[in-house]
Design a protein around this ligand. Structure first.
Ligand code: ADP
Ligand code: MG
Length: 746
């Protein structure tokens, strides 16, 4: 039996239970014992019946000093539940006809006195408890007309042969599913945990355990499920937070070590050619763009692989920086690939590259899910002083053939670039745009599958507009080097942002009307597609248990109907969302780009990269459903030319909190500030989409404990310096390997 053993192979777990466990994401024994309680009830103090008082709050407790060093917080623990142990003297059910309610009352006695226990509409309680039985009861003490009583207490038959599980102690409360209650988990763990723990070895280095006063594995598991005190429960939790972040750090550092052991082509900087290209542009590079482009070119000169993250607000001009890298590759006879998360974006990059690089002989091709195009510059023509590239469509097979032969210099595409069929002749650079939309595995795959015949891997440039605090970035992005584009191109006016209350809707609409009449365009962003919970949009980073406000959130389809028919009948309104076909989406975006439609109602698909110069207003519905950094990104959709642009925020729940949170967007100077706020208020999931990560809730929650991140990172580094291949730490090494299969970091 090991932690990878499927739950179905465990004693006491049949197919029926296994299915339910699966529903909770529990597939293996490891998943099961790491299904930690999300809270506890403290029923540990057995109160003599004579001493019972109506429910009140107890004093708070705090974490110990050594644990506070790791940044674990001190949370007060409230407890209003009393627990008694006594003999059932009487039990019976009556029907309170007035209230249509069945009331079961038991009289329980200990050496100090008697008390009533009352259950409402739980007639089976009469079968569960029998007169003469010794029981634990835990519940709120209330004062009724005829004195004190225990209100719907939890019960457990006192059995001299074993410890109590559900009462008379600190009791774990688990995430449950239909037919699988906390009671089931307690019973399972009480029966099996000792044996399971016995078969597991500690895997954290002993010196680390000691230095940070962490509970050893077995104790931690036991104390998490059946804690002696709230303090030990917290200590157990802290151990798991430490453990998981430590594993993450070890994992990413080792991945980086692996990358560093590989070789990439050393690509010299063709300074003159780059200068010529930059001079040919219709605008001047920002100093930031210059600096970042230089860092990238310098990296690629080396024979060690570049692993760089280019971080910059929406509109800061990341694409151009990437194209400079691609151009330098081309001038040295190497190929480049740019991977974008959506077809729309891949297509846009394709056109941008075609236009900006038209004077060079670079051969560019587009490879997406459905549509394959190759472009040749000679086919382009000038129109109104603008170069219009003309594309020819060729078959996917031809593109793949040419890429393999090195006859395509720049291949731009979506996830389709990762397919096994795609091969390159001599790939020098891989660019991953909006990299938070891809996992580290996908990125690694794009790099590894493209090894040249000499075993060289391409340089990697990741790009993101999601500003992430540095420490967090270092963890989830491994040891990527960071380049910051912290300047916007000149001539961009700050976007005027306003929060509207529902009764100011008319005002906002008439303002929009005025601007549409002048030929400007408007985005309307809704949190959802259609009037039912569609989980495909779950990348909003919302917790899984969605609130009512989510199901009430405005939808693209309803807003489209309303705006096109009632509010703006004189304008063309269109809608777009992630579920439309690629061709449809492209047509819609093309129409919007060419101002054939004036209003585009959309989900967050326009979140990334799409460039519409005439769009000057973005109206965001249900703004409270989005992260601040994400709204900041939406806002970057407008303000692409020198006309004043606006961002209007509407919230479905106009609570004070919502308003306070949203107003940060008005004040913030850059995306960074907002990201830190998101981290603080909404947790790391809001920055990087929690779901796909495969890390535990505890680890997720710990990602905003920057102190703990730093500590685990330092320890992980120290360990790898001492023993790079973890030869002295075989259990740990195995653990990391398993862990690596489970998680998908950025
Ligand atoms: P993002 O960083 O969001 O990916 P893009 O690369 O899409 O931004 O650039 C946004 C727009 O700004 C594009 O139309 C691009 O051509 C333009 N642009 C890029 N650099 C500059 C610059 N230095 N001056 C003016 N416009 C620029
Ligand atoms: Mg972009």
């Amino acid at each position: 039996m090991n932690l990878e053993t499927p739950v179905l192979n465990l004693m006491g777990v049949g197919p029926f239970v296994a299915k339910k466990l699966n529903r909770l994401g529990i597939k293996t024994l490891g998943d099961l014992i790491y299904h930690l309680p999300f809270r506890y009830e403290d029923f540990s103090n057995i109160t003599p019946i004579a001493k019972l008082k109506p429910a009140s709050t107890k004093a708070s407790r705090s974490v110990s000093k050594s644990q506070a060093v790791l940044g674990f917080s001190k949370k007060p623990i409230l407890n209003e539940i009393s627990c008694i142990r006594g003999l059932v003297k009487d039990i019976e059910s009556t029907r309170a006809w007035k209230k249509q309610m069945e009331i079961t009352t038991a009289i329980v006695e200990d050496s100090t006195g008697t008390i009533r226990a009352v259950w409402f509409n739980q007639p089976f309680m009469e079968q569960n408890l029998r007169v003469g039985q010794e029981v634990y009861l835990a519940g709120k003490v209330k004062l009724g007309k005829t004195g004190l009583f225990l209100s719907s207490p939890i019960y457990e038959i006192a059995d001299g042969s074993r410890d109590s599980r559900h009462t008379g102690r600190i009791v774990p409360i688990y995430q449950e599913t239909v037919g699988l209650t906390s009671r089931w988990f307690r019973n399972f763990f009480a029966k099996n945990l000792n044996q399971i723990i016995g078969s597991q070895k500690e895997f954290l280095p002993l010196e680390v355990l000691k230095q940070y006063n962490l509970l050893p594995f077995g104790q931690a598991i036991w104390q998490a499920h059946f804690p002696e005190s709230m303090e030990t429960a917290q200590k157990a939790k802290n151990r798991f937070a430490f453990e998981e972040l430590f594993l993450i750090e070890l994992f990413v550092l080792r991945e980086r070590m692996k990358i560093n052991q590989q070789k990439s082509p050393s690509i010299p900087i063709k300074a003159d050619e780059i200068k010529k290209f930059v001079d040919s542009l219709p605008f001047k590079l920002t100093d930031s763009q210059r600096k970042c482009a230089w860092q990238i070119l310098k990296d690629m000169e080396k024979s060690g692989p570049m692993s760089r993250l280019l971080e910059g607000d929406v509109g800061s001009g990341k694409t151009l920086v990437a194209l400079i890298g691609a151009l330098n590759c081309f001038k040295n006879g190497y190929q480049s690939a740019i991977m974008a998360p959506t077809e729309i974006l891949a297509f846009q990059h394709f056109k941008t590259a075609a236009i900006l690089l038209r004077k060079s002989k670079i051969r560019i091709a587009l490879l997406t899910g459905k549509r394959d195009e190759i472009i040749s510059q000679k086919l382009g023509y000038e129109k109104d002083g603008q170069f219009m590239p003309e594309t020819i469509e060729i078959s996917r097979t031809k593109i793949l053939e040419r890429a393999k032969k090195g006859e395509i210099d720049l291949l731009i595409g979506t996830h389709s670039l990762i397919q096994d069929k795609v091969k390159f002749g001599n790939l020098g650079l891989v660019v991953v745009d909006e990299q938070h939309r891809f996992g580290v595995a996908q990125r690694a795959k794009l790099c590894s599958k493209t090894k040249s015949s000499q075993g060289l891997i391409p340089h990697l440039l990741s790009m993101t507009a999601t500003p992430i605090p540095r420490t967090l970035a270092l963890t989830i992005y491994g040891d990527l080097d960071l380049s910051l584009l912290d300047q916007m191109p000149q001539g961009r006016k700050p976007i005027i942002t306003e929060i509207f209350t529902p009764d100011e809707r008319e005002k906002a609409y008439s303002f929009i009307k005025e601007h549409l009449k002048k030929g400007e365009q408007c985005f309307v962003i809704c949190p959802r597609i259609e009037p039912r919970a569609d989980l495909s949009e779950a990348h909003l980073g919302l917790p899984l248990g969605r609130s009512n406000s989510w199901t009430n959130a405005k939808t693209v389809k309803e807003e489209y109907e309303k705006l096109s028919k009632e509010i703006f009948p004189e304008f063309k309104v269109a809608f777009i969302h992630g579920k439309l076909k690629v061709g449809e989406k492209e047509k819609i975006m093309r129409d919007f780009k060419n101002n054939r439609t004036q209003i585009l109602v959309s989900t967050s698909v326009v979140e990334v990269g799409v460039d519409i110069p005439q769009a000057t207003i973005i109206l965001i519905e249900g703004a409270e459903h989005f992260g601040l950094a994400q709204i900041h990104q939406f806002r970057g959709r407008v303000g692409r030319n020198d006309i004043q642009s606006y961002c209007f925020l509407f919230a479905d729940s106009p609570s004070k909190n919502t308003k306070a949170r949203l107003s940060a967007i008005i004040k913030a100077k850059n995306g960074f500030e907002l990201a830190e706020k998101d981290l603080e208020i909404r947790g790391p999931g809001s920055l990087i989409g929690a779901k796909q990560w495969g890390i535990s809730d505890i680890a997720m929650a710990s990602l905003n404990n920057l102190q703990l991140i730093e500590t685990t990172r330092t320890e992980a580094k120290a360990l790898l310096t001492k023993d790079p291949f973890l030869r002295q730490y075989t259990v740990l090494s195995q653990k990391i390997a398993n862990f690596g299969q489970r998680i998908h970091l950025e």
